[in-house]
Design a protein around this ligand. Structure first.
Ligand code: ADP
Ligand code: MG
Length: 253
């Protein structure tokens, strides 16, 4: 079985005319089915750029990306959009729910954009099933404004699941939540991962990364640490090393 994700020497250079920003500098990464990885690192280290690459939202300047065995760089715009819709689920920091639309209708949305036509009753059933998974079936008819932040993020997770993606990608999914609610949302991700869903998330909070099984730390566009997390202490040591190195770098500037 091919790796779910395989990145080979990925580079991303943003070129805005006068300045070039080399945001990702030669990242190699392989993810097998069932992994649960946190991408960490200081602001500006390239986490979101790497996530956008993984999510096929942005093309690398150089390197090869195989998603579920498919070479993404060979695909055109529409094929890429189809692949994204079929294989990836996205969760964002700001939930990104449509406000005049119920929880269930929000969850149904990705099925409207899919390649395969889905009947209204199947859409309804699949949306309800995903809301059940995140424990919100009883709130299906509520609008986002009638839900707490944690509940809104759970709706967004249900939406990300509805096309049965290979990989769930989340950029700072707990960034707008208080710590208790964050733990609750991470519990949902853990449950999904226990059921075999591959998850990659960006976070700069160590307590959040602790919920994941693998921690990748980025610095200046490079992966500086990639560890399995048997317990939190190792991740903590790595993050502290990073912080010390950054403090030292600032002092010598
Ligand atoms: P992080 O998510 O770790 O904070 P980013 O991936 O957003 O880091 O950014 C990495 C680097 O690339 C930063 O220096 C940032 O300013 C730059 N960058 C990100 N997006 C763009 C863009 N669209 N155009 C130009 N530079 C960008
Ligand atoms: Mg970011």
């Amino acid at each position: 079985m091919p790796a779910v994700v395989q990145l080979e020497d990925i580079h991303k250079i943003y070129d805005s005319g006068e300045v070039q920003v080399h945001a990702v500098r030669g990242v190699n990464l392989q993810l097998e089915k069932g992994e649960f990885m946190a991408i960490m690192g200081a602001s500006g280290s390239g986490k979101s750029t790497l996530m956008n690459t993984l999510g096929c939202l942005d093309r690398p300047s150089k390197g090869r990306y195989l998603l579920d065995g498919v070479d993404v760089s060979a695909l055109g715009r529409n094929e890429l959009a189809d692949l994204r819709n079929a294989k990836l689920g996205f969760v964002f920091q700001g939930f990104n729910l449509l406000s005049r639309t119920t929880a269930r209708e929000n969850v149904e949305l990705p099925m409207l954009y899919g390649n395969r036509r889905v009947s209204a009753s199947e859409m309804h059933d699949r949306a309800m099933h995903c809301l059940e998974i995140v424990g919100l079936a009883q709130r299906a008819d509520h609008f986002p404004s009638q839900l707490s932040g944690g509940q809104q993020q759970r709706v967004a997770i249900a939406r990300a699941l509805v096309n049965q993606p290979q990989v769930l990608l989340a950029d700072e999914p707990t960034g707008n939540l208080d710590s208790k609610t964050s733990v609750e949302v991470m519990g949902v991700f853990q449950k999904l991962n226990d059921q075999g869903i591959t998850i990659v998330m960006v976070t700069h909070e160590l307590d959040i990364a602790h919920f994941c099984k693998r921690n990748l730390i980025m610095r200046d566009g490079r992966v500086v640490s990639d560890i399995q997390v048997p317990d939190r202490s190792i991740a903590e040591v790595e993050m502290n090393k990073l912080k010390e190195a950054e403090t030292a770098a600032k002092l010598t500037e």
